[in-house]
Design a protein around this ligand. Sequence first.
Ligand code: ATP
Ligand code: MG
Length: 137
Amino acid sequence: MQRTFAIIKPDAVRKRVAGQILARIESEGFTVRALRMIHLSKAEAEGFYDVHRERPFFGGLTDFMSSGPCIVLCLEAPDAIRKWRDLMGATDPAKAADGTLRKGFGASIDNNATHGSDATETAAFELGYFFRGMELR
Ligand code: ATP
Ligand code: MG
């Protein structure tokens, strides 16, 4: 078993499709190990996306991520990191395959509905950023 960190981003919560995304998470075989709705501050979003600090889209990305509540999750499944990224689809919804979450619910590369960790190290950092050990038992 493996765990990954996921976000249902503010655009998806605003569009009221969070429930559909959660239903898909369950029907695809993930176990939800932890879940919380939070409205990130700009500084919290900046800390989360620290690896992208030098990128030109950093300001817009952290404004967007702090623009409204999002839902943070710990998902568990065999090969969860890869499996969740496959279910999300390409970063740009226009390039995402049919049947993926970003194709179905994303509007653009900066409003792309979901986030997923990209490696075991980032999953550990991101889960620790949002959840206390007690919540992840
Ligand atoms: P995520 O980390 O959100 O799961 P990802 O790993 O597919 O997505 P990253 O390269 O880590 O993509 O970029 C993080 C986020 O930054 C993307 O989800 C997207 O919202 C935003 N982003 C990435 N590239 C661009 C871009 N060229 N213009 C605007 N926003 C971008
Ligand atoms: Mg990423």
